[in-house]
Design a protein around this ligand. Structure first.
Ligand SMILES: Cc1ncc(COP(=O)(O)O)c(C=O)c1O
Length: 362
């Protein structure tokens, strides 16, 4: 394994390389924003899946973390983080047993949208003497998970409130259907619609006599809309830490801090180069990743272990052995393909972080 202190060029490829100055700038920028508003940041660990980075976000002011899966939360809890939201439904005996076990070691919140699931978690929690905090997931327009606002939300809140073993903590609503909409006016308008649904649902529950402590939503594409919306108490942004080519187009205030470092392995033609970064190194569901800092070089295709570049102008001088940076189009799914993150500053490797929650999809 590479030792800190070596030159960037001596890191073997393919590798995920973090520009530490840029990443720290992103952490500070988001922390500054949340220092000035009422809502707090609960960063989503699905982006980095790396406890050391979650701790940096918390040290900068984040209240706790959001996790996509129970397995991710287990990794974060094992690293000493106590305030955890699993922003997903945890369903079935096997997982519920793990959830209540984890609740004995951390302040766990879980998203719920189904009364049977609530009853099962409550019963399991009681048998081990734990309490599981619950956020009701409200459908705010994404039409993924979630109950409808109004009476269905209140009914579920009442159920949670009267069952031992569980605690009604509030609501969450994820505006994922508009979060990356490139039209800022549309993004703002639709986000406000979603947050109106969410905060009105919270008011409805409060008026019925049940306190709603947490109203959670948002992400990188809406951090400043959701984060300033009256009644929203926390924002689940994740991608801001590293950004990617897709998000950077609409949220340019955060820098692209992570690249796929790759080596040219073949020059099969005057205008073609092949790199060692294919689909098993970087994902492309948001479009092909883009070559950074080499004018005229464009990624035009990927197979499992190869990336094909079309070369134009000065980039035709690329030779086998040359190393290049490629900007992912979707950072969260790309990181999940890797075991390690390589933190670089001033051209030298400074730190290597294991992606400890990689592949924790259960
Ligand atoms: C529940 C939930 N919250 C928040 C986010 C926002 O993440 P990001 O900041 O990467 O847009 C996501 C993204 O998938 C999500 O699923």
């Amino acid at each position: 394994m590479e030792t800190p202190g070596i030159l960037l060029e001596d890191i073997d490829t393919p590798a995920l390389v973090i520009d530490l100055d840029l990443m720290e700038g992103n952490i500070a920028r988001m922390a500054d924003f949340f220092a000035g508003v009422r809502a707090t940041l609960r960063p989503h660990t699905k982006t980095h899946k790396t406890p050391a980075l979650a701790h940096k976000q918390i040290a900068a002011g984040a209240k706790g973390v959001t996790c996509a899966k129970l397995g991710e939360a287990e990794v974060m809890a094992a690293s000493g983080i106590r305030d955890l939201l699993v922003a997903n439904q945890v369903v079935g005996r096997t997982k519920i047993d793990r959830l209540v076990a984890l609740a004995r070691h951390a302040d766990i919140l879980v998203a719920v949208d189904n009364p049977d699931n609530v009853r099962e978690i409550a019963a399991a929690a009681q048998t081990v003497g734990a309490t599981v905090g619950m956020l009701i997931e409200v459908n705010v327009g994404m039409n993924r998970c979630g109950v409808e606002p109004g009476e269905p939300t209140l009914e579920l809140a009442r159920l949670i409130d009267r069952l031992p073993g569980v605690r009604f903590a509030g609501l969450m609503g994820y505006e994922g259907h508009i979060i990356a909409n490139p039209d800022q006016a549309v993004r703002e308008r639709e986000c406000r619609k979603s947050m109106t649904l969410l905060t009105e649902a919270a008011a409805y529950v409060t008026q019925a006599g049940l306190p709603v402590d947490i109203v959670s939503g948002g992400g990188t594409g809406t951090y400043n809309i959701t984060g300033t919306f009256p009644g929203v108490t926390e924002v689940q942004a994740g991608s801001y830490l590293f950004m990617d080519a897709t998000y950077h187009k609409i949220i340019p205030e955060f820098d692209c801090a992570l690249t796929v470092y790759a080596t040219v392995v073949s020059r099969p033609g005057d205008e073609l180069a092949i790199v060692d970064a294919g689909l098993k190194t970087m994902t492309n569901e948001f479009g092909l990743p883009s070559v950074r800092d080499i004018a005229g070089a464009t990624l035009i295709g990927q197979s499992e272990e190869h990336g094909k570049l079309r070369l134009d102008g000065a980039s035709v001088s690329l030779r086998p052995g040359d190393k290049i940076h490629i900007l992912p189009s979707h950072v969260c799914t790309t990181i999940n393909l890797h075991d390690r993150l390589y933190g670089v500053r001033n051209g030298r490797l400074e730190t290597v972080w294991p992606v400890a929650a990689r592949g924790k999809v259960r």
